[in-house]
Design a protein around this ligand. Structure first.
Ligand code: ATP
Ligand code: MG
Length: 432
């Protein structure tokens, strides 16, 4: 059969013809991989907490309208959008900024400001899978809600940089711009918000020859167009802003001033940072890890206001989202090695008569906080050693009749093969 609707699907006769595979663009993670991922999550969480941010969580799916309001109706083509059984338009979340701001508008708008929150969780996008690009991936992000001072922008960029340092990423650059500068030039040149957004999308990808006809179509002169293109190429040290002025430039200079006190290197001004289709209104920034090649952007962020779109008051925020999976790839490219913590002890009864005693011992060790396991397959001593070795156990605990007569067990160092008698009373202590 294969294509059963829920009504016709008869489980008794539904037997897969081929091995069932995971859906395209998704991944499974084994214990070693999860150990790495949990470690990375832990460092990110504690760094954000150290900056005064608190963790929040929102649902994995939302009303499709939420994402359409934030990114425009075309977003539906890029996400997992469907109708549920009640006929509601639902989408798996492609990102968490909109959900977090919805949460803020629903329940948190009376909390003291600034509100500093962070999140980590899976996101879903209907993209063409490739290295560093998946259909299910994870984002770690923050939103600093309720302010738009240069200090708050700097705080968010400072945290992104600190996280990269804390996880040990060696090579990365942070490029900071201000989308208000380009937006103003485009609106001064007579572009309505829609054409301006279309042009910005091209400029984000540096597709100048595609942007040019759009700009000519609204009557922009070649020199006007040229000066906009030149602006997107302004890139380098803070001093590139020296000769420039205006509200947005002053704000950007303010952000960079505060950032200088965070003691960061790797920060660059880049007025060409546009951030695609996004909703940003103020500063915008990206973090890149060059070791990743084409998909090298590991973090994107900026300042914006979305709350009024979701039925709240207008409130300014600054945030970023780190591509968790890409950061991990970048760390691995740089040679990150995380030691997989195996078992402390593997408990082996020598004969059937010691089996129950072996369980008593493993249970006592586990209660004492020792990572311990026990033979569950009634194997011989030799086979148990082999297994203990293959799961990375540091010690084998051999429970034999003679040792038990002395209220003791033999502890074997799996690395050196050295063995010694340890009393049951002192056993837990031995491993801690
Ligand atoms: P890109 O241009 O690479 O598609 P984006 O602008 O769509 O990125 P954001 O929406 O800002 O990215 O998401 C923040 C971060 O999430 C990105 O910098 C990237 O590291 C990561 N990311 C985005 N899409 C994916 C994906 N499909 N798979 C893995 N990571 C992703
Ligand atoms: Mg994308």
């Amino acid at each position: 059969m294969g294509q059963g609707t829920p009504e016709t699907l008869n489980i008794d006769i539904y037997i897969a013809q081929d091995m069932i595979q995971r859906p395209r663009g998704t991944r499974d993670f084994g214990p070693e991989e999860m150990e790495k991922r949990r470690w990375l999550e832990g460092v990110m969480r504690s760094t954000a907490r150290g900056f005064g941010f608190g963790e929040v969580a929102t649902p994995t799916f939302e009303h499709t309208e939420l994402f359409a309001l934030k990114s425009g109706p075309n977003i539906v083509d890029e996400i997992y959008a469907f109708q549920d059984k009640g006929g509601r338009d639902i989408s798996l979340r492609p990102e968490l900024t909109a959900p977090v701001i919805r949460f803020f508008v629903n329940d948190l708008s009376n909390t003291p400001r600034p509100l500093k929150v962070f999140y980590i969780g899976p996101c879903f996008r209907y993209e063409r899978p490739q290295s560093g690009r998946y259909r299910e991936f994870h984002q770690f992000g923050v939103e600093l809600i309720g302010t738009k001072t240069p200090e708050s922008d700097a705080e968010v960029i400072g945290l992104a940089a600190r996280i990269m340092e804390a996880i040990g990423l060696k090579e990365f650059t942070i490029r900071i711009g201000h989308i208000g500068i380009l937006r103003k030039m485009l609106s001064d040149a007579g572009l309505d918000p829609e054409s301006s957004a279309a042009v910005l999308q091209k400029l984000d990808k540096k597709l100048y020859e595609e942007a040019r006809p759009m700009m000519q179509a609204v009557g922009m002169e070649d020199d006007q167009i040229g000066s906009i293109f030149d602006l997107t190429e302004v890139c380098g040290e803070v001093s590139v802003l020296d000769e420039m002025e205006g509200e947005a430039i002053d704000h950007l200079k303010g952000v960079l001033d505060v950032l200088s006190s965070y003691g960061l290197e790797n920060v660059q001004v880049d007025l060409g940072v546009v951030r695609g289709l996004d909703y940003y209104t103020g500063i915008v920034f990206e973090v890149e890890a060059p070791s990743l090649g084409a998909e090298k952007q590991v973090c994107g962020g900026g300042s914006y206001s979305l709350s009024e779109l979701f039925g709240g008051e207008r409130v300014f925020s600054t945030g970023f989202a780190i591509g968790f999976d890409r950061v991990l790839l970048a760390l691995e490219n740089e040679g990150l090695e995380i030691k997989f913590e195996g078992l402390d002890a593997f408990v082996i009864p020598v004969k059937d008569a010691q089996r129950i005693k072996a369980f008593e011992i493993v249970s006592m060790l586990r209660r004492s906080g020792v990572r311990a396991d026990v033979d569950l397959m009634r194997r011989s001593l030799g086979k148990n050693f082999k297994y203990a070795d293959s799961v990375g156990a540091k010690y084998a605990v051999i429970v034999g009749e003679k040792e038990l007569d002395q209220d003791s067990v033999t502890v074997r160092d799996m690395g050196s093969g050295e063995q010694k008698l340890v009393s049951l009373q002192a056993l837990a202590e031995f491993f801690i």
